[in-house]
Design a protein around this ligand. Structure first.
Ligand SMILES: NC(=O)c1ccc[n+]([C@@H]2O[C@H](COP(=O)([O-])OP(=O)(O)OC[C@H]3O[C@@H](n4cnc5c(N)ncnc54)[C@H](O)[C@@H]3O)[C@@H](O)[C@H]2O)c1
Ligand SMILES: O=P(O)(O)OC[C@H](O)CO
Length: 378
């Protein structure tokens, strides 16, 4: 059977702010779906390479970008006529970039889409909250994209699904209609908190997986951490306002699997270097690309303390990062921490046993039947 061709969406003009691996890949996704895309790159030489050679050799080696993609290092030119704006810079630099952006879009009401998976270190805010603060815009205009989305696999056109979340169903639908093509499918939901926290928290569990991998532990250890990690992620996200089902979807479990399994993941790689005995400072020096998890650990633990959520895996990642725990002790410690046998609770405090899981399957089934639409979780 040949893959279904998606009709091109040739009327949308999209600006992408940030031309690293994910910004450029998302530009390709949108352009392959028919949108007119202009990338903004900080460095003029990268903008020129994308615009002229249709390549981004540092971040996406071996990938030919669509001929229709444009690029510039002048942010005002990238935004000219844009009716959707996508943001893909490192999370810690978002606020400073928004300050430059704001005067250029002050009269605009177009959707603003975060492609990022971090929280701001100094405030603990999610990226959509930073956008709302800095642009002083209606939250219904903001959308976030997340899911099992390793850039290089998607740039190679391997079939992938994502979820677009917005408080406004209309905004989520408009973005999802643009962010799709014959290898990329966007589902929608209205749970912005769960969708964003899923992307942030799976990075932290992927660092833990990298650490035990680097130490030399095998699949049982990793499966134990992934499974308990999902409980930790869900407890945290729900305590902070998320729908539990979202964490069982693409932005939670889906992304957790992809990131924990793949050597392409920068968070997983950073963890592996720590597990091999490199110090945090050495790891930061060696990383050529953004590993968001390293900056998110401290603010997430602060939020966990405030919301009284216990996160033993993330706590121990922090201890390894700080040099307070030998990476070889992370997994044994996790399994022998407490003498009292614990209930294996996987349903996030709900009294109805497998109810959440059953609802998640029902919703996934309904989504496929309804062509990707869902009103709450993905
Ligand atoms: N790469 C992926 O597979 C992937 C997938 C999904 C989401 N994400 C998320 O996308 C976001 C961006 O990550 P990425 O993978 O593109 O990172 P990257 O390291 O590949 O690229 C980051 C880009 O931002 C630029 N940059 C660095 N500092 C900047 C600053 N102060 N102002 C403006 N630009 C700056 C860099 O020059 C580079 O072009 C992250 O939040 C990441 O978690 C990444
Ligand atoms: O390379 P990572 O670890 O930032 O992960 C990339 C994406 O978030 C995977 O979905």
């Amino acid at each position: 059977m040949t893959p279904k061709r998606i009709p091109p969406n040739s009327s949308t003009r999209a600006a992408i702010i940030g031309a690293g691996s994910w910004g450029t890949t998302f530009g390709k996704i949108l352009a392959d779906g028919g949108a007119h895309v202009t990338m903004w790159a900080r460095r003029p030489e990268l903008a020129l390479e994308i615009a002229e050679a249709k390549r981004n050799s540092k971040y996406l080696p071996g990938i030919n970008l669509p001929r229709s993609i444009g690029a510039t290092h002048e942010i005002a030119r990238a935004l000219e006529g844009a009716d959707q704006i996508y943001l893909s810079v490192p999370s810690q630099s978002l606020r400073e970039n928004l300050k430059a952006l704001r005067p250029l879009i002050v009269d605009s009401d177009v959707p603003i889409v975060s492609l990022m998976k971090g929280v701001e270190r100094t405030t603990g805010l999610r990226m959509s909250q930073v956008i709302e603060q800095e642009l002083r815009c209606d939250p219904e205009r903001i959308a976030v994209a997340s899911g099992p989305n390793l850039a290089l696999e998607i740039a190679r056109e391997q079939p992938t699904a994502a979820v677009i979340a917005s408080r406004s169903q209309e905004t989520a639908d408009a973005v999802a209609r643009t962010a799709r093509n014959h290898y990329f499918r966007s589902f929608v939901n209205t749970d912005v908190i769960g969708t964003e926290f899923g992307g942030v928290l799976k990075n932290l569990i992927a660092v833990a997986i990298g650490i035990v991998d680097g130490v030399g532990y095998g699949e049982n250890t990793k499966a134990s951490i992934i499974t308990r990690g999902l409980v930790e992620m869900t407890d945290f996200a729900v305590a902070n306002g998320a729908q539990p089902e979202t964490l069982q979807g693409l932005a939670g479990l889906g992304d957790l699997i992809a990131t924990c399994q793949s050597p392409l993941s920068r968070n997983n790689t950073a963890g592996r270097l720590l597990g091999q005995g490199y110090s945090f400072q050495d790891v930061v020096k060696q990383m050529q690309q953004t590993a968001e998890g390293l900056a998110s650990v401290a603010p997430i633990l602060q939020l966990a303390r405030e919301s009284e959520v216990h996160m033993p895996i993330v706590e121990q990642v922090k201890m390894v990062l700080d040099g307070r725990l030998d990476p070889r002790h992370i997994a044994p410690h996790l399994t022998t921490d407490d003498d009292t046998p614990q209930e294996e609770r996987t349903n996030h405090g709900q009294a109805d046993g497998g109810g959440a899981l059953r609802r998640a399957f029902q919703r996934a089934f309904d989504q496929f039947r309804n062509g990707g639409r869902s009103s709450s979780g993905d």
